[in-house]
Design a protein. Structure first.
Length: 236
């Protein structure tokens, strides 16, 4: 069961272990283009086999990604050959090319999960809790029609290792970056590593016209992940 922890003093976080957290958005289904943003760290000090860390949207808080009656769209951090995240220097990566090689757009309808590769040019990391400095993770979703959505995965992960001194434990920095739609400001550039072209995206079809609930899913009971902040930015 999800729990509230405070492993960084003054920074209370939601801890997930082989579970999904969902929360209905205050804006409901009243959006066309939005960003799901989170600050995340991993409570581990070793490689993780077959991980799945996923942000997305679902139709209500019952038809979620882990349910048998699912209606979901989102994206997951892929790894090298879908095998493992590798631990080194207080961070996780997918090896030499970064953690999200072949980032995947994901849809799930009832019990059928479909994945599509978004981009493969990747340099990125997610912080281990030992760093004491959570990483940023953004997923952008654009509503194409009543039943299709384009998932952008090009502006979603901090290169934590190359910018470990940055104060990513600051909620202010997290929100200021998340609210910058194109992440082109000087401020955002000091935190964000953009690792695919802005056109890198994948369009998925067949989902519900009503996507009003945020979902965060992590598939491992050990190690757990901690989410310090969750935010949804509606651009239009």
């Amino acid at each position: 069961m999800a729990s509230i922890v405070e492993n960084i003093i003054g920074d209370r976080a939601l801890q997930l272990g082989s579970e999904e957290f969902v929360r209905k958005m205050a804006i409901g289904n009243n959006w066309n283009f939005l960003r799901i943003a989170a600050r995340i760290q991993v409570n581990g000090l070793a490689d993780i086999a077959a991980p799945r860390l996923q942000l997305g949207l679902c139709n209500g808080d019952q038809a979620t990604f882990t349910s048998a009656n699912c209606n979901y769209v989102g994206a997951t951090l892929n790894v090298d050959n879908n095998t493992r995240w590798r631990f080194a220097s207080d961070a996780y990566s997918g090896g030499a090319v970064g953690i999200a090689q072949g980032a995947l757009a994901v849809k799930k309808i009832v019990n059928t999960t479909t994945e599509q590769i978004i981009g493969t040019t990747v340099v990125g990391y997610i912080a281990a809790a030992s760093l004491g400095n959570p990483s940023l993770y953004f997923v952008d979703v654009f509503r194409v029609s009543a039943s299709s959505y384009t998932v952008y995965f090009n502006r979603c992960i901090v290169s934590q290792v190359t910018n470990a001194a940055a104060n990513l434990t600051s909620t202010y920095a997290f929100l200021r970056c998340a609210e910058d739609e194109l992440l082109t400001s000087t401020f955002a550039a000091s935190y964000i590593t953009s690792y695919t072209a802005a056109s890198a995206s994948s369009t998925l079809t067949g989902m519900s016209a009503n996507m009003d609930t945020v979902s965060i899913y992590w598939n491992k009971s050990t190690p757990t992940v901690e989410i310090s902040d969750i935010s949804v930015i509606r651009f239009y």
